[in-house]
Each structure stands twice: as C-alpha cells, then as structure tokens.
Design a protein around this ligand. Structure first.
Ligand SMILES: Cc1cc2nc3c(=O)[nH]c(=O)nc-3n(C[C@H](O)[C@H](O)[C@H](O)COP(=O)(O)OP(=O)(O)OC[C@H]3O[C@@H](n4cnc5c(N)ncnc54)[C@H](O)[C@@H]3O)c2cc1C
Length: 337
C-alpha cells in the first residue's frame, strides 16, 4: 500500500508531536509514524524549567534566553493543544541554595533564597501522559502505528517505507529520539544521528503525593503528578537498557527523602526508564538535515525535550515552509556540527 501525504513525521515523542501539531495548525497535511512503544517523553517529569535547568547546568546567558523563550511559548501552545499547564513555584533545597540563587539571578531569573531553600516562579510543569494524549487526540487519525525502515528519493519528494506500507512525502521530519537512523539518509545526516549520545534516565512513579510543587536538591527531585508524585531521575550517559535498576531506585529514593527533609517511609513506587538523546552541545538539532532536499530534524534535546518542544516544533515548521528563521533557529541548526 502507498498512501499520499505531504509531510511525514517519524516518531511520536514530544518533539515529533509538537512539530506535527504545529504543522497541523498551520494548515499542513501531516502524518506521524510511530511504533507506539514506551519512549523518553512518556517517562519524563514534564518540568518546563528554564531557571532550574539553566542554574543546574551552568548555562550561558544565550542558552538561558533560549530556555526562557521555550518556556514562553508554552501558555499559548498548551491552550491550543488542550494541554494542562501548571504554574506552581519550584523549589531547590540544600546547601547550594545561595549559589543556585546567584546563578539564576545572574541569568535574569527571579529567585528568592531563604537559608537552604530557594523558590522561583519561573518554571512550569505539564503531565507528560496528559500532554501526549492531548496532542495525539488533536492529530487523530494522522498518527499511524509502524516503524519507518527506510526513506528513498522519489521525484521531488520522498518515499517513506514502513514495515506495513509506504507514504509519499514532500518532506520528512526525523524525530526518532535516541534511536538509530533510518536507512537511506545522506551520509552527513546519518553521521549526525549516529553521534547522538543516549542518556538513560530512571524515574519512579509514587502512588501518593509527596510535595505540593517541584522540589529539587542534591541527587534527586520530587514533582507532583496526577497519580501522586514522581521521584527522579538518573543521568547515565552511554546506556540504552530500559530495565529498571533496583539499586539506582534505592539511591534515588534515599536522596529524595533527604531533599524533602523527611525520614524514609514505605512507598509504592513504579520505576520506569527512558533514554534521552543528546547532541554534543546539549541543545536540540532542529531544522533542515545536512544533505537537505526535504529531510528535517527534530532531535536530541537532552534533558529539555518538554521545555523546548513547542520551540523546536516552530523552528522545524518554519524551515519546512521556508519562512524567515526565528532568532532561535541558529543555535539549533543541525549544520552547526
Ligand atoms: C526520566 C526522565 C525525566 C525527564 N524529565 C524531563 C523534564 O522534566 N522536562 C523536560 O523538558 N525533559 C525531561 N526529560 C527529557 C525529555 O523526556 C526528552 O528530552 C524527550 O522526551 C525527548 O523527546 P523525543 O521526541 O526526542 O524522543 P522520544 O520521546 O524518545 O520519542 C522518539 C519516538 O520516535 C520513535 N521512533 C524511533 N525510531 C523510529 C522509526 N524508525 N520509525 C518510527 N518511529 C520511531 C520512538 O519509538 C519514540 O516513540 C526527561 C527524560 C527522562 C528519561
């Protein structure tokens, strides 16, 4: 079977769905192909956290501006896509609170420190399960279950081959997370995807509430979730295995109780793993793929796929439509590598 369509998005994680939703609301015809298995986006805590991420990672002022711009797109994007956006304070607890406050303030973020606690109102949160479901519902029958095996040039466009059939596409968006490149790409695009570093992340879904808002500290964070709370998360570069590791879970939980300043209590916790993809500079690759000709990338957002999803979606949609690039396109251009 061959189906016609205009733009095929490969992968239905947060980057693929944000890009597809952005294209849809610009009136473009779009199809998303994904095998429907667990992915990093579903495992995440959903923090839209420019201030905490910039302070934790020692971001430059330009990177902090990019994170802030990503956050600022969320209220409108969430409303359009039917995603619940939570604007609660976020807290850092621990000896580094003064240092974290100084870093945030130097980068222009609001931060109030009191002893070993810091509160910021700059960070938001979504519930990944609800957000993914809302975008999937908006895209409806445009999401097809399958795995893309290869792409091949076909006239002015592309033929996208899956295990069950093929699609004709005027453009293809690669949003395949930390997975291997599909066959048939230009050598330069293949090389960029092969260089994406996998970073395993383990997170625990607790069946009861542990904190009224995000609380972060040395070695762990606790974030509210509809089901109760999540306790996260490990950063294990180079690992792709997705079986939860009991020792890593125990270490995270110990750190979380210390951050909360509470003695450990019995807790029902369901451990999950996601594999983040990271580029060499930690920023996503968004825009035309090297080798061009209608292949685009929405890849490798490291720890900030949720924060930067709408921004990546907009940058990729602009590139596909040949619109003037936003000021945020250049630092994300795959050609920077
Ligand atoms: C534990 C954990 C906590 C996190 N917390 C946060 C947070 O609080 N805030 C934040 O901003 N970020 C967070 N992140 C990071 C964020 O989750 C990732 O950056 C983001 O999910 C990456 O999205 P993605 O769309 O690139 O990849 P993925 O979510 O991995 O999606 C890629 C999709 O492509 C599909 N695919 C791959 N190959 C093919 C193919 N050939 N054909 C069809 N489909 C294919 C896969 O099956 C998958 O569904 C967290 C990550 C983890 C692991």
């Amino acid at each position: 079977m061959t189906s016609s369509s205009s733009i095929v998005v490969v992968g239905a994680g947060v980057l693929g769905l944000c890009t597809a939703f952005e294209l849809l609301r610009r009136g473009r015809s779009v199809v998303v192909v994904d095998p429907g298995e667990a992915n990093a986006s579903a495992a995440a805590a959903g923090m839209i956290a420019p201030a905490m991420e910039a302070a934790i990672d020692g971001a430059t002022p330009d990177q902090a501006d990019l994170f802030r711009a990503g956050r600022d797109l969320w209220p409108e994007f969430a409303q359009a896509a039917g995603i619940a956006l939570f604007r609660r304070p976020a807290e850092w607890r621990g000896a580094a609170a003064a240092d974290m406050a100084a870093r945030m303030q130097a980068l222009g973020f609001d931060a109030r420190q009191d002893g070993d606690r810091l509160i910021t109102h700059e960070d938001y949160q979504v519930e990944p399960a609800q957000a993914l479901a809302a975008m999937r519902a908006a895209l409806g029958g445009r999401i097809v279950t399958g795995r893309v095996e290869s792409v091949a040039r076909d006239g002015d466009g592309w033929r996208v081959n899956t295990s069950d059939g093929a699609f004709e596409a005027s453009a293809v968006v690669l949003a395949t997370g930390a997975d291997a490149a599909v066959a048939g790409l230009a050598e330069a695009a293949h090389r960029l995807i092969a260089a994406i570093q996998p970073i395993r992340g383990q997170i625990g879904v607790a069946s009861r509430a542990l904190a009224p808002h995000v609380v972060r500290g040395p070695g762990a964070y606790v974030a509210p979730m509809a089901t109760g709370a999540v306790v996260g998360a490990t950063m294990e570069p180079g690992r792709r295995d997705i079986r939860p590791d009991a020792e890593a879970g125990a270490r995270l939980l110990d750190a979380a109780w210390r951050v909360l300043g509470q003695p450990p209590e019995p807790l029902d916790i369901d451990w999950r793993v996601g594999v983040r993809g990271a580029s060499a500079d930690g920023l996503p690759m968004a825009g035309a793929a090297p080798g061009g000709q209608g292949i685009f990338m929405a890849l490798a957002p490291r720890r900030n796929g949720w924060l930067l999803g709408p921004l990546v979606g907009g940058v990729v949609a602009d590139a596909i439509e040949g619109r003037a690039a936003s000021p945020h396109a250049r630092p994300l251009d795959p050609a920077r590598f």
